[in-house]
Write a protein that binds this ligand. Structure first.
Ligand code: GAR
Length: 211
């Protein structure tokens, strides 16, 4: 029943370990019937593109620096994702702020993974290692990861899943990042995508109900 599969695009900017977790979940039959149909990178040469090639997944580079502004880039994104008949967009370490046109084209159909327990350590400037530097600077005893729907306000959309991870006294940002990826991100991102593909996520009053 190939034609009934949810077609997923994974948007990446870097190493793509979350992409790999999604690829592995699909290979195990754990993506709720979803199919990764496209990997889209915001710059050439990133390792995520190699992961896509190794898995036989079509990929495309839309380099942000080739577009004059966010609106022009967003239009190119929407055009490409529409052309490829994408049903669900997953931001997996995609380090570009997307514009209004994306939310209109894919309402409640864009999912992001963030490496902290939102609403802590999120919003403008909180991405990648900066998130873990801020968590360690504050001295929190737990951090974790959040998967949420993307809305125009940065990191503020309805929360789908969260998982807490212990912070240890001798952690560096790199060590904490790795633990949060292994114990949280690589688990809850594929799970959230699977729930979406099964039609089990309902958004009501800006909150997600899993049914
Ligand atoms: C992940 O930790 C992801 O949560 C984070 O970037 C990393 C990408 O790693 N995303 C953000 O900070 C977005 N605000 P990956 O390329 O290996 O998946």
């Amino acid at each position: 029943m190939e034609q009934n599969k949810v077609r997923i695009a994974v948007l990446v900017s870097g190493g793509g370990t979350n992409l790999q977790a999604l690829i592995d979940a699909e290979a195990r039959g754990e993506l709720g019937g979803g199919e990764i149909a496209l990997v889209l990178a915001s710059k050439p040469g990133v390792y995520a593109l190699e992961r896509a090639a190794n898995a036989g997944i079509e990929s495309v580079v839309l380099a942000r620096k080739e577009y004059s502004d966010s609106d022009a880039y967003t239009k190119a994104l929407v055009d490409k994702l529409t052309e490829k008949k994408i049903d669900l967009v997953v931001l997996a370490g995609f380090m570009i702020i997307i514009g209004e046109g994306m939310y209109k084209a894919f309402p409640n159909r864009i999912i992001n993974v963030h490496p902290a327990l939102i609403p802590s350590f999120c919003g403008q400037g909180f991405y990648g290692l900066h998130v873990h530097e801020a968590a360690l600077a504050k001295g929190v005893k737990v951090s974790g990861a959040t998967v949420h729907f993307v809305t125009p306000e940065c990191d503020a959309g309805p929360i789908i899943l969260q998982k807490a991870v212990e912070v240890r006294e001798d952690d560096t940002p790199e060590i904490l990042q790795k633990r949060i990826m292994e114990e949280a991100e690589w688990k809850i991102l594929p799970l959230a995508v699977s729930l979406f593909c099964q039609g089990r996520l309902k958004v009501e009053d800006d909150k997600v109900r899993i049914c």
